[in-house]
Design a protein around this ligand. Structure first.
Ligand code: SF4
Length: 186
């Protein structure tokens, strides 16, 4: 693959995803004729210049912590398709940590969890929100009755926004425990 083609693809699909794909393709290419099967093509000049026709750039912030680093989100037909660091943001000054640099994966990741799942008989299966809420609330109530609220620990997510972390903290407190961690360091 030429450097021009690599740059065009990286621009179109996002540099991080491109690097992952390149690593997989590199490993695959070592043992196959992948590169010679014409499964890729050079991007046209128009695609290189404008990979998302009609898109708009929207200034926003990363929600993963209270620093609020600036992001320039590119949106096409209502879908977030690409992100860049907002170089002129007054707080982050063009910097991001690794969470903010990949914030777009919050919405476009193919492994993103979109609905409640439960593992039964070794298999994951989808359940309704109603079922999930009922099961969790029954379990939490039973744990508190049998062993007290401190028999539990609430673990948040590094992908929670600052506001979600606030609600999560409140929820643990109302349940009756201080055993909570936000997991922001992951
Ligand atoms: S998580 Fe990282 S990129 Fe996002 S606001 Fe905090 S420091 Fe900035």
């Amino acid at each position: 693959m030429t450097n021009t083609t690599q740059n065009a693809l990286a621009t179109k699909i996002g540099r991080r995803s491109f690097l992952k794909m390149a690593a997989v393709a590199g490993a695959f290419g070592a043992t196959s004729s992948f590169a010679s099967r014409n499964v890729t093509r050079a991007a046209t000049q128009d695609e290189v210049k404008n990979p998302f026709p009609g898109s708009k750039k929207v200034r926003t912030i990363c929600t993963a912590c209270s620093v609020g680093c600036g992001i320039t989100a590119e949106v096409q037909n209502g879908v977030w398709v690409r992100q860049e660091v907002a170089q002129d943001h007054p707080v982050s000054l063009g910097g991001h940590c690794c969470k903010g640099a990949d914030m777009i994966d919050m919405v476009r990741s193919e492994v993103r969890l979109k609905y409640p799942m439960v593992k039964e008989g070794g298999q994951w299966k989808r359940i309704s929100w109603e079922t999930a809420f009922t099961r969790i609330s029954k379990k939490l109530t039973s744990l508190r009755e049998k062993s007290g609220p401190d028999s539990t620990i609430f673990l948040g997510s590094a992908k929670m926004s600052t506001e979600q972390a606030y609600y999560f903290r409140k929820f643990a407190a109302f349940y009756g425990t201080n055993n909570i961690d936000h997991q922001a360091r992951i």
